[in-house]
Design a protein around this ligand. Structure first.
Ligand SMILES: O=C(O)CCC(=O)C(=O)O
Ligand SMILES: [Fe+2]
Length: 450
């Protein structure tokens, strides 16, 4: 299993064994020491959840585990238990969870593993509900039509697929930030109106959607309303070849999953986005609506896991002066600002600070700290594609819950003073369990490096 392989390789531990099948889709949770336990008969769960069962809510109870976990786990109860009282079901599920809650990494891995399965199941159902009810406006957006979507220079570089061809279309205003022309304006317009259409549908049907991440209250997850296949193709056939060349240190050639969404800023929308790192190895950021002012995107150094929240060192901080140190450079449609004293700098160059305003298409490492300043008028809509490599999937979930806890709620409530960073993540937190491992060994951290 990929999961086991990744665990073993990274942490030299015995891989989790989530299911020891006892025939007919029933599995036994294994006790913490990994040995079969004579009392496990009391602790059966079904391998496949009951799709028809409508679980109870546990939100009103003070429990050791998230109420959501109990509601999700209910579908995995043996059929005979489903009609029992909420208390009986709760007791049964608590017994299971408490058996595995004592300390120990292996135990936590198992519970985390179950949580992931439950999450995946719930999320699949959520997406299915949207896709079977929402009527798309532009069906042609939902499958990849490269010649209609991309500008010719970009397609030519992709077809040639060489370092030189990619370099010929890229501008790297500061190391690690690449800007280029990629999408046709027509594609951006279609995307904008499709998102509008989706939002109208949400409004009319009062469907409660999950927002793209922990810091935005607006915006929409494109994958959730049918664009997943097209965006997978965008990542696999277009972003991965480029990332292979420009981001080898974060596994650019192995990107295999994505989170695709739009963010929206303006009146009655989000205003700005605080300083953060993304839950991705590589991020594509495309400004699809350019009728606005403000909203500059700024960057400031790549950080490893240990220093993602470390304050910027004061001597370096003094170098950064947003208003006075920038000057505009116009590249194609890209209006780009960069630090005046960047060129030729060595130490400072690792604490890069760069501003972008409309109209741009940018690729950067997820760990390159950044934020978006307030949109002061009009509406700014950006397409984001967080691209991920495979082996971090298990730990991602756990890292998010850890951050959620240390940040005390939604990331959006955090600072925007540029002194510390929070990690922007998708809303997965289910159990609050953590493993605390996220390894970016090859990444050059601007804090360690200084
Ligand atoms: O608003 C932007 O351009 C930045 C969005 C962003 O960084 C993100 O969603 O991860
Ligand atoms: Fe971001």
């Amino acid at each position: 299993m990929a999961l086991e392989a990744s665990m073993g390789r990274r942490h030299h531990q015995t891989p989790p064994q989530p299911s020891s099948s006892a025939g007919n889709g029933v599995f036994f949770l294994m006790p913490p020491n990994g040995l079969p336990d004579t009392s496990t008969a009391r602790h059966r769960l079904r391998l496949n959840p009951s799709a028809e069962h409508n679980p109870d809510s546990y939100d009103d109870l003070q429990l050791e585990f998230s109420p959501l976990l109990f509601s999700s786990l209910e579908r995995y109860l043996p059929p005979a238990m489903l009609s029992m009282s909420r208390d009986a079901k709760l007791q049964y599920m608590r017994d299971i969870l408490l058996r595995y809650s004592p300390d120990g990494e292996r135990t936590r891995v198992r519970i985390l593993f179950i949580s992931i399965l439950l999450y995946i199941q719930r999320h699949k159902e959520y997406r299915q509900r949207i896709i079977s009810n929402y009527q798309p406006l532009h069906r042609e957006l939902y499958t990849m039509h490269a010649t209609n979507f991309f500008v010719p220079s970009f397609l030519k570089a992709i077809n040639e697929n060489t370092v030189e061809s990619f370099r010929s279309i890229m501008t790297e205003p500061i190391p690690g930030i690449y800007t280029f022309e990629m999408l046709q304006p027509h594609f951006c317009e279609m995307l904008l109106t499709e998102v509008d259409n989706f939002e109208r549908w949400i409004h009319e049907t009062k469907f409660r959607i999950m927002r793209p991440n922990t810091m935005n209250k607006f915006g929409a997850v494109l994958d959730d309303f049918g664009l997943e296949t097209m965006l997978s193709k965008l990542m696999n056939d277009f972003i991965r070849p480029i990332s292979r060349v420009f981001f080898p240190d974060v596994g650019g050639s192995t990107l295999d999953s994505h989170h695709g969404f739009v963010v929206e800023y303006g009146m009655d929308r989000d205003v700005e986005l605080g300083f953060h790192v993304d839950d991705s190895e590589v991020t594509l950021n495309v400004c699809v609506g350019s009728d606005f002012s403000g909203g500059e995107l700024f960057f400031r150094g790549v950080r490893c896991d240990n220093h993602v929240n470390s304050e910027t060192k004061s001597d370096v901080d003094e170098l950064i002066n947003l208003e006075s140190a920038v000057y505009p450079v116009v590249l194609h449609d890209v209006k780009l600002y960069r630090l005046d004293n960047y060129l030729g700098a060595s130490k400072e160059s690792r604490l890069l600070h760069c501003h972008f305003s409309a109209y741009y298409q940018i690729l950067h490492r997820g760990r390159h700290r950044h934020g978006a300043r307030a949109t002061t008028s009009g509406c700014r809509v950006n397409l984001l594609l967080w691209c991920r490599r495979p082996s971090l999937a298990l730990f991602r979930l756990n890292t998010m819950s850890r951050l959620r806890r240390c940040e005390g709620g939604r990331g959006g409530e955090r600072q925007v003073d540029g002194k510390s960073t929070c990690r922007l993540s998708f809303m997965f937190s289910m159990t609050g369990l953590e493993l605390g491992m996220w390894i970016y060994s090859e990444l050059v951290c601007s804090y360690c490096g200084l």
